[in-house]
Design a protein around this ligand. Sequence first.
Ligand SMILES: CC(C)(COP(=O)(O)OP(=O)(O)OC[C@H]1O[C@@H](n2cnc3c(N)ncnc32)[C@H](O)[C@@H]1OP(=O)(O)O)[C@@H](O)C(=O)NCCC(=O)NCCS
Length: 211
Amino acid sequence: MRPLVICGAGGFGREVIEIVRAINAVAPTWDLLGVVDDGPGDVPRAHLERLGVAVLGPVASLSEVVHSASASVVIAIGDPATRARIAAAHDGCDWATLVHPDATVGHDVSLAAGVVIAAGARLSTNITVGEHVHIDQNVTVGHDSRLDAYSRLNPQACISGFVTVGEQVLVGANATVLQNLTVGAGAVVGAGAVVTREVAPGTTVKGVPAR
Ligand SMILES: CC(C)(COP(=O)(O)OP(=O)(O)OC[C@H]1O[C@@H](n2cnc3c(N)ncnc32)[C@H](O)[C@@H]1OP(=O)(O)O)[C@@H](O)C(=O)NCCC(=O)NCCS
């Protein structure tokens, strides 16, 4: 079993605990030492207690905690920019890549360090996924697509074939990006949007068609 620390104890952090448990149920892989988090508030702390997971310290202590335990770490914070900032501040950590056993990852799909793939996600073929990308529950990613570092696809997002999702993009729940399009770095696609044309970097689009 490899020691593992989760950075972030918010909603997604606790969902990642479930991903770790699901992986271990199939093949004992990770010894979850606990989470680092700058809160957590009373409610998340109570939820963690019910999950039997310890709080090891604040986020600033991440490098120290993981190095002293020779642990791998995964950043389970939804906001792309926050994830990028923490990864840069703790360069040199051994970033774990976690794939829920109920996700489907096809051939020639490369997953970089720190990627998290949740239950029900489907990645077909010839796909490149950059560092610390989060692919949440029931997302589909079509052939020949590229997801750049720190992006996040919320539940049920549908990325068609030949799509490029730039760095630190957030694609909202149930949004669809049509084929051959690029969503520029730092853009936000609102929940339920249908993206029918290129999305400029740093912009927010929403609605059907997305504007
Ligand atoms: C699009 C989004 C980024 C906009 O956030 P925001 O700038 O804070 O927007 P606001 O909440 O201030 O709303 C501004 C307007 O946009 C509308 N709006 C917000 N989100 C929308 C969406 N997804 N689709 C269509 N309209 C939306 C609001 O109704 C409001 O309209 P009004 O001005 O006529 O009242 C955000 O609402 C969103 O969809 N984020 C993704 C959330 C998600 O995926 N959640 C699932 C988590 S698991």
